[in-house]
Ligand binder design. Sequence first.
Ligand code: ATP
Ligand code: MG
Length: 409
Amino acid sequence: MRIYKVGGAVRDRLLGKPVTDIDWVVVGATTEEMLAKGFRPVGADFPVFLHPKSGEEYALARTERKSGRGYGGFTFHASPEVTLEEDLIRRDLTINAMAEDDQQNLTDPYHGQRDLDARLLRHVSPAFAEDPLRVLRVARFAARYAELGFTVAPETLELMRELTESGELEALTAERSWKEISRALMEDQPQVFIQVLRDCDALKVLMPEVDALFGIPQPEAHHPEIDTGVHTLSVLEQAARHQQPLTVRWACLLHDLGKGLTPEEEWPRHIAHEHRGLKLIKAVNERFKAPKDCQELALLVGQYHTHGHRALELKPSTLLELLQSFDVYRRPQRFEEFIAACEMDARGRKGLEQRSYPQADYLRGAANAARSVAVQPLLEKGFKGPALGEAIKRERLKALKAYKGAASA
Ligand code: ATP
Ligand code: MG
């Protein structure tokens, strides 16, 4: 049996990038031989094994053929006769279809090295079109390697467009899609992921609510970039630049969806877009079964981001309602993430990327003021049940009035 390093590990070594996980391909072996060497099988009908010590993935060289719709619709053929070249041709991109032996000799039948040098993401063969997930994967790699100057080869983009038009994207499960989306959002340039999906018309299928924002104007005074789609990409870019967590990035992507529903005669203003957007945010959340913390933050940011921007002008009672909505007393972290998303929204505007955002500290101070209200003295005064709740609220309101007074003094 011969063993080669494949995929990302080879690609990233050639790019001079740190290699985190290594995938291996095994040529000339049977399942029985692998088991005899102590490898543990990953799944029942998948010729992939885990190394007994390192835990890294070793896959038997295999060919694949599409036999139906969706991810289940593949038949694998793994046998000792399958060659390295036959295994490599089923892979998505040429830069992912190189193998390396233990002497670092490169096997590169599809010219991955050439495409690495040319900074091109190019499909290996027409079989690319057999798995719609590859549309998302290519967009994700485009986001990851954008800073190195990589772009999607025009013929690959065309194939991605054909795949999209064929309706195959709809066969993707929420789980597979979310895995790619969440990884892509955590890349250094997540806005490129969205842009590439848009370039091949996949955004319209996957997230029509986001796609709809392109071409919708906003008031130039607050939004020198004018276009709502462009703004959304900038907010995402800022979120990555400021190393925000996935929750914040997801909320940034969805915060303005309501602007897609503004009646045209109201443009470029978007009164009540915060509220209008909620059902759209909910739909996207559910479509991809986003984790609960992502879903929650996206909805809260959608509903309250304008409150965040207007923090310094809010009446104490409105501030209190905001803090209550976030349950800042028990969920301080979530409120921090809300503040971060608002700040990214404020900076994701043309020419305003470096602006200061005093609202952030102001909101933190308000949360602290409300939190500083002690419950014990109220209990000692005999408050209980709903009356206790009311008393706490009154005290918090008092604290916020004092806070606002001190801040504006
Ligand atoms: P990463 O750094 O994100 O792990 P990777 O290239 O190693 O990148 P993996 O998802 O770990 O990506 O997959 C390993 C290899 O398997 C890829 O390099 C590619 O050759 C192949 N591969 C994975 N998923 C697909 C797919 N859906 N279609 C075609 N080839 C794939
Ligand atoms: Mg990998």
